[in-house]
Write a protein that binds this ligand. Sequence first.
Ligand SMILES: [Zn+2]
Length: 189
Amino acid sequence: MTVESAVVEADLAAGRLCCPGCDGPLSRWGFARERTVRLLHETRSLRPRRVYCRRCEQTHVLLPAWAVARRRDGAEVIGRALLARANGQGHRTIATTLQRPPGTVRGWLRTFARRAEPVAATARLWTRALEPSADHPFTAGSPFVQAVDALGCAARACRLRLEITASPWELAVALTGLLHGRPRDPPGF
Ligand SMILES: [Zn+2]
């Protein structure tokens, strides 16, 4: 068992994990099928825990933050593509750099573009919650650019204020799901 899955098991046993749909408590529900996640320079296999929410009667699959729901590529890979796009690169150039099919990269960019506003809104709430006294200048640019910038600010705030050592893109997945799932606002917002 990896450290990550040991933490998940302990959290589940203690009732500390909440449903991503309704915040109800989750209980164990076996395992999802094993899958392979393509990282920047290697692949990693994963057998995610499946959980059940009594409140909304749904099962969910718990993924570590280095994986992105419904995608075969990891958070760092997809995150690099989003950052490159925010810096003006086209999907073909990004695909060449990351050695991924152009259609796959275009799919990530389009999905993120459709979610840019709610993702940015949640990321800004986290930044404000963690650094209430700091000045957060508004970035000019498309909703896509603003969302990438807001995720960067939120990740920086998490690392500074919570001393979390996860990578910025892992934090982006944890806070917003990145490409899928409900962005999770900080408690009290
Ligand atoms: Zn639920």
